[in-house]
Design a protein around this ligand. Structure first.
Ligand code: CP
Length: 314
């Protein structure tokens, strides 16, 4: 079946998910991001690849990192950026999302960056676009492709490769779009083993993550890990689904300095943010020498530049 995010000639038409995106396309996005990063860091300026283009941020859920980095990425490449205010828009009067999209597209908006709590909203909007591109900034528990890309870039920078690595992802896997996009990207780029850890109620059925090892014992999973990705735990969901409080969760699944020692001595510690310090990760680890958390944030700007440029640059 044809992938709706690719044009007939194989170029990117939308960015909706890493699931099924060819390895070469993922690598070209990472390569473009690394090139733009090198240019930005040496010259503090970039070519206006998006001059004359308009990018609309449509965030129906809260965001700090994704929204700000899409905004910076687009502006630094010369685009006009509109941060659409949902609360004061006609969507609050009952206008459908499709009609909102058609209205903004009629004003020659070139791209929409969409975050929504419902799975598949970006794909639905993509199916209604005439010309504009849709970039998924996170939908429900389904996909967060630019988070997956920035995680891949961060790992590739520090480890030199993805091929052959052992990666452990720990937390609320069942409800995590980050876990899904990370797994799709890691598998496409040849990770050797991906272990998914967490309390039973927050782990998916095995079929939801083919090729991954489901592991309830975090200490066992950590042995010889190359990369550890910790996920944010929502306290309300934790207590409702598992009857564990923050302290009990930390005792079993919190990444402490002592636990980190079970992994490879140069294991990379990652977290998409926002962090619950003292619950899923200790401050000494989050701020320690093995942490790449702020590198992830920095890389977010460049992978979003790469995605916007591949979608919109002439
Ligand atoms: N990682 C991530 O998506 O963070 P935000 O919710 O702050 O965008």
């Amino acid at each position: 079946m044809h992938d709706p995010q690719l044009a007939a000639d194989g170029r990117l038409r939308h960015l909706l998910t890493l699931d099924g995106l060819p390895r070469a396309r993922i690598e070209s996005l990472l390569d473009d991001a690394a090139r733009l990063r090198a240019q930005w860091r040496t010259q503090r300026a970039l070519p206006p690849l998006l001059a004359g283009r308009s990018v609309v941020n449509l965030f129906f859920e809260a965001s700090t990192r994704t929204r700000t980095s899409f905004d910076l990425a687009a502006r630094r490449l010369g685009a006009l950026v509109i941060n659409f205010d949902i609360a004061s828009s006609s969507t609050s009067k009952g206008e459908t999302l499709e009609d909102t999209l058609a209205t903004l597209e009629a004003m020659d908006a070139d791209a929409f960056v969409v975050r929504h709590r419902e799975n598949d909203t970006p794909a639905l909007l993509a199916s209604h676009c005439r010309q504009a591109a849709i970039l998924n900034a996170g939908d429900g528990n389904r996909a967060h492709p630019t988070q997956g890309l920035l995680d891949l870039l961060t790992i590739r920078d520090r480890k030199g490769r993805i091929d052959g690595l052992k990666v452990v992802i720990c937390g609320d896997i069942r409800h995590s779009r980050v876990a899904r996009s990370d797994v799709h990207g890691l598998q496409a780029l040849g990770a050797a083993a991906i272990h998914l850890c967490g309390p039973t109620a927050l782990l998916p059925a095995g079929a939801a993550f083919p090729g991954c090892v489901i592991d309830e014992d975090f200490d066992v999973a950590l042995t010889d890990a190359d990369v550890i990705i910790m996920l944010r735990i929502q306290r309300e969901r934790l207590e409702h689904a598992t009857q564990l409080d923050g302290a009990a969760y930390h005792a079993r699944f919190g990444l402490t300095g002592q636990r980190l020692a079970r992994a490879g001595h140069d294991a990379l510690v990652m977290h998409p943010g926002p962090i619950n310090r003292g619950v899923e990760i200790d401050s000494s680890v989050a701020d320690g020498a093995q942490s790449a958390i702020l590198d992830q944030v920095a890389n977010g700007v460049f992978v979003r530049m790469a995605a916007l440029a591949q979608l919109l640059a002439p």
